[in-house]
Design a binder for this molecule. Structure first.
Ligand code: DAH
Length: 339
């Protein structure tokens, strides 16, 4: 065989071996190609090697050198294919996995409960009318929940069936404790600590043993308001409530007063707001009863005031067209996420 012919065969072989190794898609395919080209018994390289013996003696050293070069290059091609498959099989590092072209994972943000959002807004509106915020405890004594509000011991509002008294606690003076049934308690707490004038609201939970239905829940929220100063009248009360309701619900919403009775106001009214060609009750209000002013050490000859207590859930329901109060407390995220 001529040297040229031998070298040509060698070149061809190196070429096709490299192509076969490159094309191997997995370890099995690569092993098959290895056996086909580099196999010790019947590999194609072995076959070409046999041709060496048939080369003229003078050309043999050159042919041998070229043979060794070709063998190294085929082995190198095998090695790099081997590395390529090993790299593909190895788990990727975070950097290699990161694909900036993929869509991101949106983080879902939490949000305030609709009642909390309502409270924040009510505080803001009343703040613009000059009312500051006061807080009181949810566990109350009978003085603040009843007695100081002119609700005497034999009054039906104090019936254990109408309230959530705490069985194993007392006020330390032999009196009972209960979950407050109204935020009017905070009127008393504020006036006991502050001389007039006062202009405050208090928002928070109240508790009553009511069966839950579309309009009742054993826990709900009230906004209490109190303004005591010289010369405060019913006209101030109505103006404040009208400004408040139209600020929260819109200019087209009307309010009306209906005569009513509460032990801690005289005269007393129910406050209604217009809704769907009718009226819906928003809460109670009135001029603070002189008995209440005296019970906290105010002089009813000097100052007068008005008070009101409104349902927070009602306002929020009216605003958003919610028809069942229980929705607020089911903790169904699909409902809550709408606000
Ligand atoms: N506390 C009353 C209730 O829960 C509501 C109320 C009525 C509050 C008249 C007031 C008021 O401040 O003056 O039913």
């Amino acid at each position: 065989m001529s040297l040229d012919q031998f070298l040509h065969e060698l070149d061809e072989l190196a070429h096709s071996a490299a192509a076969a190794f490159d094309a191997a898609a997995d370890a099995d395919a690569l092993e098959q190609a290895r056996v086909a080209f580099l196999g010790a018994r019947s590999g194609k390289l072995k076959a070409v090697q046999k041709g060496l013996g048939r080369i003229e003696a003078g050309d043999r050293p050159a042919a041998g050198k070229r043979f060794n070069e070709a063998k190294s290059s085929i082995e190198a091609a095998f090695e790099s294919a081997h590395q390529r498959l090993a790299a593909a099989a190895r788990p990727k590092s975070r950097d290699e996995q990161f694909d900036p072209t993929l869509p991101g994972h949106a983080r879902r943000l939490g949000r305030l409960h609709p009642i909390t959002q309502t409270i924040v807004e009510l505080v803001d509106i009343m703040g613009r009318l000059g009312f500051t915020v006061a807080y009181g405890p949810e566990i109350e004594d009978e003085w603040h929940n009843f007695q100081a509000l002119n609700i005497p011991p034999d009054h039906p509002a104090r019936d254990p069936l109408e309230n959530l008294y705490l069985r194993d606690a007392d006020d330390g003076k032999g009196g009972a404790l209960l979950l407050r049934s109204q935020t009017s308690t905070v009127q008393i707490r504020v006036m006991e600590q502050t001389p007039p004038p006062v202009r405050v609201i208090s928002l928070g939970r109240v508790y009553r043993p009511d069966t839950a239905d579309a309009t009742h829940f054993p826990m709900f929220h009230q906004m209490e308001g109190l303004w005591v100063d010289r010369g405060v009248t019913m006209a101030h009360l109505k103006s404040v409530l009208r400004l408040f309701v139209t600020s929260y619900l819109g200019k087209d919403v009307h309010i009306r007063f209906r005569p009513s009775f509460f032990p801690f106001t005289e005269p007393s009214v129910e406050v209604d707001m217009s809704w769907n060609d009718g009226w819906i009750e928003l809460g109670g209000a009135g001029m603070v009863d002189p008995h209440v002013l005296t019970s906290v050490g105010y002089d009813p000859e000097e100052v007068s005031g008005f008070a009101f207590g409104l349902g927070v859930e009602r306002l929020c329901m009216r605003r958003h067209g919610i028809t069942d109060i229980r929705e607020f407390y089911r903790n169904d995220a699909r409902f809550l996420r709408q606000f």
